[in-house]
Design a protein around this ligand. Structure first.
Ligand code: GTP
Ligand code: MG
Length: 184
């Protein structure tokens, strides 16, 4: 059975954290990626088959450091996440967090979690963190944050299946109209 209303997943996170790379891995599209911040300046939508019963609209968004927009592209993200009249209002937010820059990225995660929309954290750049000698205890971090945390490398298509599994679990626990509050 297909879901009747489109289920929307927004990809948000700090600039250069790997959002568009994940968007491409999920949708099969070819959104521009680059090894510098500010590559994405507008939102882009594509479809993704998350599970046998869930097709989702995925929205790639410009990178942002906080929910208080200081530039036109940060405003795009702000509108999608905070304007209750926005047609793109997500059912689930994936916060893409750079594991090699974890502190700053988690600060943004906690702002997003305050919105009370279900959140999954996708940890990118685990390879870079490892090279820097940074060890991340993912289960402990997940426990501390209270939301699912999935390590991924969208460049190499790693962790995408696990991320999809976690997304479809979220879908089963929430609907568009019920309480948006969600703890893992
Ligand atoms: N080493 C490594 N590189 C990655 C990983 N994920 C993405 N990248 C690379 O990181 C760079 C930034 O990726 P993008 O997908 O453009 O990042 P973005 O978050 O969309 O960036 P903005 O649109 O500028 O906010 C690219 O060079 C990607 O190939 C990862 O897990 N490991
Ligand atoms: Mg991008």
């Amino acid at each position: 059975m297909q879901n009747p209303t489109p289920y929307t997943i927004a990809l948000v996170g700090n600039p250069n954290s790997g959002k568009s790379s994940l968007f491409n891995a999920l949708t099969g599209l070819n959104q521009k990626v680059g090894n510098f911040p500010g590559v994405t300046v507008d939102k882009k939508t594509g479809g993704s088959r998350i599970s046998d019963t869930l097709n989702a609209n995925i929205i790639d968004l410009p990178g942002t450091y906080s929910l208080y927009p200081k530039s036109a592209d940060e405003q795009v993200t702000y509108e999608v996440l905070l304007n209750s009249k926005s047609a793109d209002r997500p059912d689930l937010i994936i916060v893409i967090s750079d594991a090699s820059n974890l502190k700053r990225n988690l600060l943004f995660c906690s702002q997003i979690m305050d919105l009370k929309t279900p959140v999954v954290i996708a940890l990118t750049m685990m390879d870079i963190a490892q090279r820097k000698g940074v060890k991340i205890d993912v289960p402990a971090l997940q426990q501390a944050m209270g939301v699912p945390i999935i390590p991924i490398n969208p460049r190499k298509n790693k962790g995408i299946a696990q991320l999809k599994k976690s997304n479809s679990r979220c879908e089963r626990r929430t609907t568009k109209d019920s309480s948006r509050f969600y703890r893992y």
